[in-house]
Design a protein around this ligand. Structure first.
Ligand SMILES: Nc1nc2c(ncn2[C@@H]2O[C@H](COP(=O)(O)OP(=O)(O)O)[C@@H](O)[C@H]2O)c(=O)[nH]1
Ligand SMILES: [Mg+2]
Ligand SMILES: [Zn+2]
Length: 349
C-alpha cells in the first residue's frame, strides 16, 4: 500500500479528483496530514511532503497539487468538524478536521459520566456530517464508578458504543474493524480521556504523545500533534483532537435536532404554536417534565445549547449588518467622490 493509500486514498477519491480537477494542469492528489498557519504537511504519491501555501486547508482535506507544488484547490468536503473559536468576540468558526467519516465521542470510564458533555459532543458530531460513535475508554478502571457504561449506552440513544482499554488492549479489534479501508475516525473528548493512548494502542506503537510521556522524559520520541492524521497501515486513518474543554457549538441546529429529536417532537403537542415552553397553559414540555418522561437536566441542556446557537446567530446577524452598513457607506462615499471628480473635471479646463 503506498503512502497516499495509507492515508485513505481510494478509487472513489481518485474518481472525484478526475471529475473536479480534469486539468490541465494535471493535478496530483494529496491529503492534508497537518495544517499549521499556511504550512501543510501532506501525503502524496511522492511520500510525505511539506508545502507552503496560503490556502485555508484543514487536516483531512484532499488537496489538488499542481506543477511546482502549488495547491490548486481541494475536493468538496464530505464532512467538516468545526467549533466556535473560544473567547473570540467575532465568534469565528474554527475547523478541526475535514472528510471525517466516523466521529468517536470519547467517554472515559474512570470518572462519572457528564451527560451534558456527552450530549453536546454528540450534537457537534452529528452536525459535522460524520457518523458518531461512542468510544468508552479505560475499561480496566470501569469498576471505579457504578453504571457509567449502562448510563452511556442509554443516553447515546442508538449510537453505536465501543468499549476499549488501552491498558489491557481490549476492544481494539472491534474498533479497528469498524473503520473501513479509506475511512477516517476522529476522536473527540476531554483532555485526559485517553484519546492519545487509544490511538497508540490502535497503531500498535507509541507515536502519539500521551500524558505520561509528556510528563516524563519524552525526548527522542516523535510526538504527533493533535489534529494530525495517523494511518493504521490498512488504509484506515485516525485523528486526535486537542482536549476540548467546553466545546462551543457552531451552527449546530441540525445536530441539536438529531440528538434531541424526542424533545423537539413534544413541541408539536403544545397548545400554542409559539409556545415558549415556560409557563404557557397546555405546554407539552412542562407536562412531560411533571410526568417525569422528560428529564429536567436534559431539558436544561437542550435549552442551553439552543440559547447558545441563538446568540451566535444574533452576533452573526449583527456582524452582517455592520458589514452591510460599511459597504453601503463605501458605495455612498464612492458615489460622492465620483461626483466630486466629475465636477472638478468639468471645472478644470
Ligand atoms: N488505566 C488506564 N489508564 C489509561 C488508559 N488510557 C489512558 N490512560 C491514562 O490516562 C491518562 C491520559 O491519557 P491520554 O491518552 O494522554 O489522554 P488524552 O488527553 O485524551 O490524549 C494517561 O495517564 C494515560 O496513561 C487505559 O485504557 N487504562
Ligand atoms: Mg492527547
Ligand atoms: Zn410548550
Amino acid at each position: 500500500m503506498n503512502t497516499l493509500e495509507q492515508y485513505g486514498f481510494t478509487d472513489r477519491i481518485g474518481g472525484l479528483f478526475s471529475f473536479h480537477f480534469p486539468g490541465p494542469p494535471l493535478a496530483e492528489p494529496a491529503r492534508v496530514i497537518r495544517a499549521d498557519r499556511g504550512r501543510l504537511l501532506v501525503a502524496s504519491r511522492r511520500g510525505i511532503v511539506h508545502l507552503d501555501d496560503g490556502m485555508p486547508l484543514v487536516t483531512g482535506d484532499w488537496a489538488a497539487i499542481g506543477p511546482g507544488g502549488t495547491v490548486l484547490g481541494c475536493l468538496p468536503r464530505s464532512s467538516l468538524l468545526q467549533r466556535k473559536r473560544a473567547y473570540d468576540p467575532l465568534s469565528e468558526a474554527q475547523a478541526l478536521g475535514a472528510n471525517i467519516d466516523l466521529l468517536g465521542v470519547v467517554v472515559p470510564l474512570d470518572r462519572p459520566l457528564s451527560a451534558n458533555r456527552l450530549e453536546r459532543t454528540l450534537v457537534a458530531a452529528w452536525d459535522s456530517g460524520s457518523i458518531p460513535l461512542v468510544i468508552l475508554t479505560k475499561a480496566d478502571l470501569s469498576t471505579r464508578f457504578d453504571g457509567v457504561v449502562a448510563e452511556t449506552v442509554q443516553r447515546a440513544r442508538g449510537v453505536e458504543v465501543f468499549t476499549t482499554s488501552a491498558e489491557d488492549l481490549d476492544g481494539l479489534e472491534d474498533l479497528r474493524g469498524r473503520i473501513g479501508t479509506g475511512q477516517t475516525l476522529a476522536l473527540l473528548g476531554p483532555s485526559g480521556a485517553g484519546k492519545s493512548s487509544l490511538i497508540n494502542a490502535l497503531v500498535g506503537d507509541h507515536r502519539q504523545g500521551t500524558g505520561e510521556v509528556r510528563a516524563g522524559d519524552g525526548r527522542g520520541r516523535h510526538t504527533t500533534t493533535a489534529r494530525e492524521l495517523v494511518p493504521l497501515g490498512d488504509g484506515s486513518v485516525v485523528m486526535d483532537t486537542p482536549g476540548l474543554r467546553g466545546f462551543a457549538l457552531w451552527d449546530a441546529e441540525a445536530g441539536l435536532s438529531e440528538v434531541f429529536g424526542d424533545v423537539e417532537e413534544l413541541f408539536d403537542d403544545c397548545r400554542f404554536r409559539d409556545c415558549a415552553h415556560d409557563r404557557e397553559p397546555g405546554c407539552a414540555v412542562q407536562a412531560a417534565l411533571v410526568a417525569g418522561t422528560l428529564e429536567e437536566r436534559r431539558w436544561l441542556s437542550y435549552r442551553k445549547m439552543e440559547r447558545e446557537l441563538a446568540s451566535l446567530h444574533r452576533r452573526q446577524d449583527a456582524a452582517g449588518q455592520r458589514r452591510h452598513a460599511r459597504s453601503f457607506q463605501r458605495v455612498a462615499r464612492d458615489a460622492v467622490l465620483a461626483k466630486d471628480h466629475r465636477n472638478r473635471f468639468r471645472e478644470a479646463p
